[in-house]
Each structure stands twice: as C-alpha cells, then as structure tokens.
Design a binder for this molecule. Structure first.
Ligand code: ADP
Ligand code: ZN
Ligand code: ZN
Length: 701
C-alpha cells in the first residue's frame, strides 16, 4: 500500500516553496523519520512531517516522486523537536526547510544509503566500556547554593540565576544536572557562549559526570569540531547514549529525546544570537524548548539562565514575574569583589598609555607574587598606519575600514574581509619612509609593558613575564589552553588581552584587573552599548580575587582599574557600587521612555548590494509597498540607512529598522511583508541587490 508523506526539504529562505513537499513511499513513515528524496536534479535529506494513505488531492499520483531511501535504524526526531524548528522558522522569518535541515549535522546530509548503514553500524558498535559507577568528590554546598537548588527544584518558571562572579554558579549547574540525571535516561543540555574559550567548564563537567556515568555520557557540540565529530555527538544525543550535551548556540537544536534540564551559562553573552542564516537567539529558543517539553511533571522542563550581569531582557522578564529570579550575592569563601579605581586621564601626564598610579599599583602586585590582567578590546599593534607627509592611511581597498597593523608578522590586515599584505616600507602614495602607527592594540601594550617592567622583579628575583591572549595569539590549536595553563601555573605575571580574558575563567591569583581604554563604548550610538560595557567590565573585574584565602593572605583588597577621560559618566558611577540591579533599572527606564527593547520590539531588514543606492532603494521600496498590509499601522518603518561599516569585501550594506510596541503585531506584519520583500527584489531600482535578510530581535542596531 503506497503512502504519501509530506517531507520537509531544504528550500532556500525566500524561495516561496511551501514548507513540505508530497512524496510517495512504499511504506508508512513516522513523522520525524529521515529520508532521502529527489528535489529538482538532486537527492536531498528530508524530514517526514506527516503523511496520508491517500494521494494528495491536487496532484496526480504520477506527479508525486518517490522517496529514494529511508535512513534505516535511526529513531525519528520527536514531535517536540519538530515543534521547536517550526517555531524557530516562524519566529525568525525563515523557511522551515532551511531551519530544520540546518539544525541537523552537515555530515548526515552527505551520506548515501550504504554510507549511512556503515556509519550507523560504527556508531552502535562503539559499545561504551563496562562502567562501574564511582563515587565522586563534590564540595559541600554553600548556604546560598543549597537555597538556590532547593528553589530550583520547585520552580515553575524559567529561572534567572543572578549570581556574583565567583559565587559558585557552575557548582549549581553541576548539582542541578546531577539531580535531573537521576531519572533513568534523562538528558541535560548545557549551553555556553564559546566553549573553546572556557575549557575549564568542560573539564569540570567531565570530572564530575564521567566517573558516574562513563566517558561516553558527556559530549560536546560546537563549530570547532570536525563534521564527523559533530555527527558522532549528534547521534549520541539523539540515540540517548549522551546524557549531557555541552555546546554553543547550535546545541539548542540538538535532538535530545529525554531532555530534563537546560542550562544557559553567561546568558547575557551576545554570541547566543546567530549572525547569519536564520538569526536565532539560542537563549530565547532554550526557553521555548523547555516550556514545550512534556514529561512526568506535565508540561515544561526546568531551564536556568545564569549570569552575574544578566541581559536587560532577562532581567525585565524577572521583574515582570515571567522568570523566577534566584540570587547568589556572595562570593565563594566570602571573598570580596574588587574595589573600583576610576583613573581620570584628564589629570595624568599627556600621552600616558598606562597612567603612573596604575603602573605602580601593578608593580606592587607583581612584587607580592600576584598577577594582573590588562583588558584592551583591540587586537593587533595599531588600528591604523598613517603617513604624516601626505596623510595616506592603511585603508582596506575592499571595505570602508582601516587595515590593522600587526607587528609580529609585519602585515596590514583587514579584520572585516581578511585582506592581508606585507607592511609597505614606505608610503605607497608619496614614498615617505616615515609611516607611523596611530592608536594602540594589544600587541603594542604587550611590548610597552615589557619595556616598563624591564627593571621590576618577581618575588623569586626573576624578570616579569608579560603575555598576550587574543584571537591572534590563540589561532593555533592548543595555544589557548597553553596560555591559560601558563597563567594558572603562575608562569605569567601580566596578561594583556581582549574580552577573551574576561570570559568565565576561574583564575586564582589575580589581584588587579585594568581596562585601559573603554571610553569608545560610552558614546556608541547603539542603545545596547552601555549594557555591553557594563557586562564586560563587571565580568573582567570578576576575574580578580576569586580565591578568598589567597586574597586574604595578601592582606590587600583586589582592584579593578578603569582608565577613562569621562569618570563622571553614569555607567562608571553605577559600576563603582557593583550595583547591577540599579544599572538595570536605569536602563529599563531609559528604554521604556524611548520604546526600546525589551519594552518595544524590533526587527531589521539588512540588504547587501553592489551599490549603496541599490541596497537602500530595495529597502525603501519594500517599505513603501507595505502600505495597506495587515498590521501596517501597528509598526513603524524607518528609512533605510547604511551600516556603520558601510562596505565590506566590496559589498555595500544597508538596513531598515522595523519597530512595534507589540511583539505579536511585529510578527504578523513581518509575515505579511515577506512576499513583498521577495517581489521587490526584482524591481529595476534594486538591480545589484545581492541578498537580504530579516533579523528579528537584533543584538545591535
Ligand atoms: P561562578 O561561575 O559563579 O563565577 P564558579 O562556579 O567558577 O563561580 O566558582 C568559583 C570557585 O569556587 C571555583 O573555584 C569553584 O571550584 C569554587 N566552588 C564553587 N562551589 C563551591 C563550594 N560549594 N565549596 C567550595 N568551593 C566551591
Ligand atoms: Zn605619504
Ligand atoms: Zn577589508
């Protein structure tokens, strides 16, 4: 008896092809089954959505093509997973096929029937070695941790774990996971912003759970893995062998048939929002996913968002009572948070890069055997190279940006398109030999500190060791781990780096953290800039004084220094008191007054084109053509504007902001507008348009 499944296939985002196509099959196929089906000239992977015993009414039987193959032996994706990708596609305005197939490991799509059979056989043959559960050592919970875990056990809503840096949030995640895993077969999803930057977290999960559940129970899912590794982790999760999945934002789509807990660590981190394809927020999808899981409790599984500096959206949700806020204000061991030292650069010697009071504070720390972190959010040696004779600058020929001077390999590199050249000996325009760096990056600060500390000695009499950690120094495999190890073991006295050094590292001997140039963020036009700056500085400060006993033995309070030309700026005034709730309240008041998220709702349409005119014309035409669409009166469409960096890799970029006081009005309008956008592509004025994308809840505007 033939069967007619409708199959989700990888249709392009704006193709206008319906979500699922009808095929013919010789066997009944359960929803969620993976199949290989013909699509145009190709054979593609598809997901069975549902099916019927009768041929679809509008197609003759002959028109319906046959399913080529079924991925035999693979349990179907469950209904909750299908529901998740459907929601994500709808909410982020993409095709279901793109989101659903994009959420599966790429390696799965490339396998033909025979290859699949071999791969599955290999996977099931990897019988985990017989495992005797071992007893594990766990620290005694602090009173705050115990209270939070008790509350978590009864939480009916998503939980916002607002815990100071070093308050022991990770231990809370570990214990919450442990209790969820007591249910036989239960699975836990733990998401982190960038798993490679915080290898310690993975190590702590493995250390805790491998003795209990065996080495196969913990798997990772992130973009640093090979396609084959990713497929392996995905299969383990889907087939239930993996009990804990640790991953980056992509892991929110992992197939976890027995999911019983979701943790989103550092939930404020912008990297949870995807910046291409379907621009989804993994944090927001985690909430949706958790709330739509049916289990022994009924509907919903616990979800914990953790941060010392929650996103303003999550804070707002807690204020409104949609999330339950649990607070851990105290650092483990009773250690103090660092004291803030705002260094007014208006009163420092002209041209000082590291002002004298900061320099001498660092020297004192080093002399006592403590370590210092120096934060500068700009890699390279100098952001621009310039000729003083003719005003030549190291512009990128392909982008509206300067190429950065990297001294260690003597290159000029564009951080936007990657265009790289050897540094010229002389000015390319006038031949002047005197071309000079303007501004400073991490390489230069490293060099500068080495010179400044040339005569300073460590307590053991050795020279001061300055190291640097940024995207350049950690490019080679293993180099990040080596650099973190050097810091943990005390080989390094001063670490200079970008925001990478502020991530969740548990450093033990940092007495001083300094941010030497944060001012640029104070006057950025993006309404989220203060929030990001506040979080960055609080997180950076949070690396100091983490070992209460060590800090106490030193007898000097740990410190967070900020060099600024604007010490009276509101952000700094609140930072001084570590008062995140006050900061959040002020931000929410400002945003309420301006109708900004989370008190209003936004989407962007971004357009890439050969010319700026075409990009803007496309957007403005589509906006004009929206008149009369449903819900048009409930949204504001702003005129198209160029992006801050208008041209990248010879592509001109523009965007148009859509705002509404109501999330559902915005959603409905965007749905209605999709076909207008699609049609406007072919308008003569939009000739040269390369692509466009809708970004719902953008992280930067
Ligand atoms: P957070 O994630 O909140 O910044 P961590 O989870 O890294 O903090 O904890 C800070 C430090 O305290 C870590 O070194 C951790 O091992 C330690 N720690 C956490 N909980 C406990 C506990 N209950 N007893 C002793 N040490 C703990
Ligand atoms: Zn010149
Ligand atoms: Zn470039």
């Amino acid at each position: 008896m033939p069967y007619w499944p409708s199959v989700i296939v990888p249709t392009p985002a704006h193709s206008g092809v319906g979500a699922a196509l009808s095929y013919r099959s010789e066997q009944t196929l359960a929803p969620g089954s993976l199949v290989r089906v013909p699509l145009g000239q190709r054979t593609v992977l598809g997901i069975v959505q549902d099916g019927a015993d009768n041929a679809p009414a509008n197609l003759s039987e002959a028109q319906t093509k046959s399913v080529h193959a079924v991925l035999a032996g693979l349990p179907p994706l469950n209904v909750e997973w299908l529901q998740l990708v459907q929601f994500a596609a709808r909410y982020y305005q993409r095709s279901l096929g793109e989101v659903a197939l994009g959420a599966l490991p790429a390696a799965l799509k490339d396998l033909d029937e025979a290859q699949w059979a071999r791969r599955l056989k290999k996977h099931t043959a990897q019988k985990p070695p017989a495992h005797e559960p071992q007893t594990i050592r766990r620290p005694e919970l602090s009173a705050e941790q115990a209270q939070v875990l008790a509350d978590l056990a009864h939480a009916k809503q998503p939980v916002l774990l607002f815990g100071a840096t070093g308050s022991g949030k990770t231990e809370v995640y570990l214990r919450a996971a442990e209790s969820a895993l007591q249910t036989p077969g239960a699975q836990v999803l733990v998401m982190v912003p960038e798993i490679n930057l915080t290898p310690q977290l993975e190590a702590r999960f493995r250390e805790r759970f491998e003795p209990l559940l065996g080495p196969a129970a913990v798997v990772c899912l992130h973009s640093g893995m090979t396609p084959a590794q990713r497929l392996g982790s995905w299969l383990s999760a889907h087939m239930g062998q993996a009990r804990i999945v640790l991953g980056t934002r992509m892991a929110v789509f992992a197939s976890l048939p027995n999911l019983r807990l979701i943790v989103v660590d550092e939930e404020h981190d912008p990297s949870y929002k995807s910046q291409d394809g379907a621009r989804y927020s993994a944090r927001d999808l985690a909430i949706y996913r958790a709330q739509h899981i049916t289990n022994e409790r009924g509907l919903g599984c616990p979800v914990v968002l953790g941060s010392a500096t929650p996103s303003i959206e999550s804070w707002h949700a807690a204020e409104q009572g949609r999330y339950q806020r649990l607070h851990m204000p105290t650092r483990m061991g009773g250690g103090a948070l660092p004291q803030w030292r705002l260094l007014d650069m208006n009163h420092q010697p002209k041209g000082a890069v590291i002002a004298p009071p900061l320099l001498s504070a660092m020297q004192d720390r080093i002399a006592r055997g403590e370590q210092c972190l120096v934060l500068l959010n700009r890699r390279g040696y100098a952001p621009v190279l310039s000729c003083h004779a003719c005003d030549w600058k190291s512009s990128c020929p392909n982008c509206s940006a300067y190429r950065v001077f990297h001294k260690f390999d003597r290159t000029l590199r564009c951080h936007h398109c990657g265009f790289t050249e050897r540094v010229p000996r002389a000015c390319p325009d006038c031949g002047n030999l005197d071309i000079a760096p303007v501004g400073r990056g991490t390489e230069q600060i490293e060099e500068h500190l080495n010179a400044l500390f040339a005569d300073v000695r460590r307590p053991d009499g050795g020279p001061v060791r300055v190291a640097r950690m940024d995207a350049d120094s950690t490019r080679l495999k293993g180099s990040l781990q080596a650099q973190l190890d050097a810091l943990h073991s005390g080989e390094v006295d001063v670490l200079v780096g970008t925001q990478m050094i502020a991530k969740g590292h548990d450093f033990r001997r940092i007495g001083l953290v300094a941010s030497i140039n944060a001012d640029a963020a104070l006057f950025a036009s993006d309404y989220k800039a203060p929030e990001r700056l506040f979080a960055l500085l609080m997180q950076a400060a949070g690396r100091a004084g983490r070992d209460a006993a060590f800090a106490a033995a030193q007898g000097v309070a740990c410190e967070m220094w900020v060099q600024t030309w604007h010490p009276t700026h509101a952000v700094f005034q609140v930072l001084k008191t570590h008062d995140y709730p006050r900061f959040a309240a002020e931000q929410l008041a400002e945003r309420a007054a301006a109708g900004m998220p989370p008190l209003g709702h936004q989407a962007l349409v971004r357009a890439d084109a050969r010319t700026q005119d075409a990009a803007q014309a496309f957007l403005n035409l589509a906006a004009a053509a929206a008149d009369g669409l449903p819900h048009r009166s409930g949204v504001t469409l702003y005129p198209a504007v160029p992006l801050t960096i208008q041209r990248v890799a010879n592509v001109e970029r523009a965007q148009l902001l859509v705002e509404s006081a109501s999330r559902s009005t915005l959603q409905r309008f965007l749905h209605a507008w999709q076909s207008t956008l699609l049609h406007t592509r072919s308008a003569p004025q939009a000739k040269g348009l390369l692509r466009y994308a809708v970004d719902v809840d953008p992280v930067s505007v």
